[in-house]
Write a protein that binds this ligand. Structure first.
Ligand code: UD1
Ligand code: CA
Length: 448
């Protein structure tokens, strides 16, 4: 643990450019809200103090922060008068010594490695401020680092920057490390910018330079500094993150024929030797073992897929789906909160919810667990080796014993003992020659 590191995450901004009532930092990104990525990066640095700055009424964000980073404290900034003002709001919670690292809630791709590099560079130079600079292909919207003789002297917001500075200067990622002791002085020095009615944290650089305090810029990979201000930027960041996640899986030995069509979550665990076919989506909480194949167009979340399993094409595994070794879930099958034992099969057009399916059991095409009566959910148990005929409705709570056979088309409402044969459907009536007779009568009626 770094004894003297505090981290402040700024997330009180309204995010109006997102044009969406959902708080900007709660938009989902690879299975985690945007701010979850920043909290994870902060967590990697093991700070002694972690403060998240939120606006009044951002209770939903505070709730997510509390869940993902129980040690974090929330500071309320009201009203929102800019990034400098946001750090002022956290001031009372920050120790007066060590390093204060400021992260932005809307900059989720920053890695722990780069953040640590900035913190270390600040300490080594004993700088009052260290700024993470970057050179994105499209610098629109970013503040610019004005360098004189290779030294950072000022950060100029784009709206105040002249054409030359805009075209040539590195951009401000927004991520900055401060000497805690000098931060207090710098915050006091910030003046309200009348153009936007804001205190810019970026003005702390010029304030430090004015005092003759050392200031440094550290350049980092631009991808990590990409901020999210609009839906387009959210999509861009999501794309970059997917690239990163896919690359990791490919490097580790997962086979993907068309990785660009596979969508992953940050917590996706796919073992080397597994195959993800094209157009597979892994939501949060998925674990796939070696030798498993997820066929095309399958959607998984909160699911465990055991070794050698086959899923899809067009399968949906919802939270609590647990497929043991060599189980098979085929096309148009939905599985939720259900365990399929070793080698169990549900190959076609089924719903398996709130169920326990024993090893080697076979759920025929169209098997449906009727788990919900409009008020509560009930469980279905199918014993090992049972054979459920096609188009069977299993009305839960119900238990079908091991080794039993259920006739196709049955509606099972009572438990079936082990090794029994259950038939629960209307007996068939066959009337010889009646089809021809009926057809003749109908034709006559139509006057032919
Ligand atoms: C800011 C920087 C800009 C930098 C860019 C990087 C300033 C003045 N400008 O611009 O130099 O290139 O980030 O992405 O700092 N926030 C608050 N309270 C506020 C205002 C903002 O908590 O009153 C938070 C926001 O929630 C956001 C972050 O601070 O997470 C940045 O705010 P934003 O308005 O997006 O700043 P930019 O215009 O992007
Ligand atoms: Ca921003």
């Amino acid at each position: 643990m770094n004894q003297s590191l505090s981290i402040v995450i700024l997330a009180a901004g309204k995010g109006t450019r997102m044009r969406n009532p959902r708080p900007k930092v709660l938009h989902p990104l690879a299975g985690l809200p945007v701010i979850g990525h920043v909290l994870a990066t902060a967590g990697e640095l093991a700070p002694t103090t972690l403060v998240v700055v939120l606006a009044d009424g951002m209770d939903d964000v505070a709730e997510v922060v509390g869940r993902l980073a129980p040690g974090a404290q929330v500071a309320v900034q009201e009203p929102q008068l800019g990034t400098g003002h946001a750090v002022m709001a956290a001031r009372a919670l920050l120790p007066g010594r060590g390093t204060v690292l400021v992260l932005y809630g809307d900059t989720p791709l920053l890695s722990g490695t780069t953040a640590a590099r900035l913190v270390q560079a600040r300490a080594e130079a004993d700088a009052a401020v260290a700024v993470l600079g970057m050179r994105p292909p499209d610098p629109t919207g970013y503040g610019r680092l004005r360098m004189v003789d290779g030294r950072l002297v000022e950060i100029v917001e784009e709206r105040h920057a002249d054409a030359e500075l805009r075209a040539t200067a590195p951009c401000n990622s927004g991520i900055m490390a401060f000497d805690a002791a000098r931060l207090a002085v710098l915050l006091d020095a910030l003046a309200l910018r009348p153009e936007k009615g804001e205190y810019y944290l970026t003005d702390a650089v010029a304030a430090a330079v004015d005092r003759g305090w050392p200031v440094i810029a550290v350049e980092g990979p631009w991808e990590e500094g990409q901020g999210i201000n609009s839906q387009a930027q959210l999509a861009e960041v999501a794309g970059m993150l997917q690239e990163r996640l896919r690359g990791r899986l490919l490097d580790s030995g997962v086979t993907m024929e068309a990785p660009g069509t596979v969508f992953l979550s940050v917590d996706s665990i796919v073992a080397p030797g597994a195959i993800l076919e094209p157009y597979v989506v892994l939501g949060p909480g998925v674990r796939i073992a070696a030798g498993a194949v997820v066929h095309a167009f399958s959607h998984l979340e909160g699911a465990v897929v055991g070794p050698g399993c086959s899923v899809g094409p067009f399968a949906r595994l919802r939270p609590g789906a647990d497929l043991e070794e060599s189980a098979r879930v085929g096309n148009f099958v939905e599985v939720k909160a259900a365990r399929l034992g070793r080698g169990a099969k549900a190959n076609h057009l089924s719903y398996v919810g709130d169920a326990e399916v024993g090893a080697g059991a076979n759920l025929g095409a169209g098997t449906i667990t009727c788990n919900y009566d409009g008020f509560a959910k009930h469980r279905t148990q199918v014993g090992a080796g049972a054979f459920i005929g096609s188009n069977t409705a299993l009305v839960a709570p119900v238990r079908v014993g091991a080794g039993s056979i259920v006739a196709a088309g049955s509606t099972i409402t009572a438990d079936v003992p082990d090794d029994a044969l259950a038939v629960a459907r209307e007996r068939q009536h066959t009337l010889p020659h009646r089809a021809a007779a009926l057809r003749a009568r109908l034709a006559a009626r139509r006057g032919r």
